[in-house]
Design a protein around this ligand. Structure first.
Ligand code: PMP
Length: 444
């Protein structure tokens, strides 16, 4: 008699999961998702699990938001997708106006489907401008230590997270990296306001690069995959001013930080930075559909505005400006505004910080809590980082939470709609999970 394979067995037969060591799934069960609503995932056995990372940082309005669903369905009645080259529609025009309204000086939007593609576009646009200007010596990029900008080869070339880069190191293009950055735990840190000394130390390196750089790429204020690290706003302000003075473009990768996460609509606002390019994705559609965008200025755009086709930016993605995604993105912006979710991110952050500090007081291996907007993180001192990560991932669902530490950094990046009561549930579940993981009952 043939025994029916379980869903997990069928999955592992054919699926290759993202950012995963598949062999680990011999021991770590895949979470079978049945439904997802608000901050909660419901598993096929009925367990409810808090989505503490907003599903890789994109579900800023949570799962299944009724207004986003309605916007999606309304657009579906009209049309789902028509190629954007040579066509237009009301949703994409409304969305482009709204995005350009996010910061003075932004005037043009170029659409793609995921964050990495948006980074590639910004890198290419910057280089292309130099080509059009005849500035052939400006072909270098500068990134920050612990930077993460995506998984495609260009995005990886301007990233500094060895784990992801290492196997491809030989073919990645050379990028200079600014190290010894003034990291802070919160906006209260004096360095947040004044990083003059830390910046002065960078001057010798910056001076050497001044004539060869086309652009500096940063994750404004908060580096995600590099370990949820918060950078002094004053430092980034100074870096951006230096870039402007030296005719170097600034690319702000706001793929994780955009749309309110850090307590400002755009994280660049913390330091009054006006980048030449802003990359957006993730929270843009609250994780309903893949969409990304590069916002830029008329100054950049006008270099490409010419009679010759080859002067144009001949970059295309099939789903550029997808109408369903555009409709949802527009509604996401409306909800963020109407429900004052940027302010809510700040309130939530204060409460998150208090809860995490309370948890910290119960363990002696947790470092200081760091927090910016609705992100709070803490480093855990453990001997075996891989076993700790796995144990947290494994224990979490048993206690009602889906956590995915970055190395030994435990963090919360919950939907911005999280209530106080839900936050208390998240805190309780995290505390129990941490205790179980540290007891090593799941470590292997
Ligand atoms: N930049 C940053 C700051 C990110 O956090 C990410 C995704 N984690 C990316 C770029 C890449 O985005 P995607 O995964 O959509 O390609």
């Amino acid at each position: 008699m043939q025994v029916q394979a379980t869903l997990a067995e069928r999955d592992l037969r054919h699926l290759w999961h993202p950012c995963s060591q598949m062999k680990h799934h011999e021991k770590i069960a895949l979470l079978p998702i049945q439904t997802a609503k608000g901050c909660w995932l419901t598993l096929s056995d009925g367990r409810r699990v808090f989505d503490a990372t907003s599903s890789w940082w994109c579900k800023s309005l949570g799962h299944g938001h009724p207004r986003l669903k309605a916007a999606l369905l309304a657009q579906l009645e009209k049309f789902e997708h028509v190629m954007l080259a040579g066509t237009t529609n009301v949703k994409i025009v409304d969305l482009s106006e709204a995005l350009c309204g996010l910061m003075p000086g932004l005037a043009k939007v170029f659409y793609a489907s995921d964050g990495s593609s948006a980074v590639e576009i910004a890198l290419k646009m910057s280089l292309h401008v130099r080509h059009l200007q005849g500035q052939t010596q400006r072909i270098q990029f500068l990134c920050l230590e612990n930077a993460y900008h995506g998984e495609t080869l260009g995005a990886m070339s301007v990233s500094d997270v060895g784990l992801y880069r290492q196997p491809y190191e030989n073919i990645l293009f050379e990028t200079s990296v600014l190290r010894d950055l003034p990291y802070v735990n919160s906006k209260e840190d004096a360095l947040w306001q004044d990083a003059s000394q830390a910046f002065a130390k960078q001057m010798p390196m910056l001076k050497k690069l001044a004539k060869s750089l086309t652009a500096i790429i940063i994750e404004p204020m908060l580096q995600g995959a590099g370990g949820m690290k918060i950078i002094s706003a004053d430092f980034l302000k100074r870096l951006s001013q230096w870039a402007k003075t030296n005719d170097i473009h600034l690319i702000a990768d706001e793929i994780m930080t955009g749309f309110g996460r850090t307590g400002k609509m755009l994280a660049s606002e913390h330091a009054n930075i006006t980048p030449d390019f802003i990359c957006l994705s993730k929270g843009m559609t609250s994780g309903f559909l893949p969409m990304s965008a590069v916002l830029t200025t008329n100054l950049i755009y006008n270099y490409f505005y010419a009679d010759k086709i080859e002067a144009g930016f001949l970059h295309s993605h099939t789903y550029s400006g997808n109408a369903l995604a555009a409709a949802v993105a527009l509604e996401t912006l409306a909800v963020i505004r109407e429900e004052a979710l940027v302010d809510r991110a700040n309130e939530l952050g204060v409460a998150m910080s208090a809860h995490l500090n309370e948890i910290r007081s119960q363990f002696d291996c947790l470092g200081e809590v760091r927090q910016l907007g609705a992100m709070a993180a803490v480093d855990v001192r453990v001997d075996n980082v891989a076993a700790f990560r796995q144990a947290v991932f494994q224990c979490g669902p048993e206690h009602g939470v889906h956590l995915r530490p970055l190395g030994s950094t435990l963090y919360w990046l919950p939907p911005l709609i999280t209530s106080e009561a839900e936050l208390a549930q998240l805190a309780k579940a995290t505390q129990v999970t941490l205790a179980a993981a540290l007891r090593g009952q799941h470590a292997n």
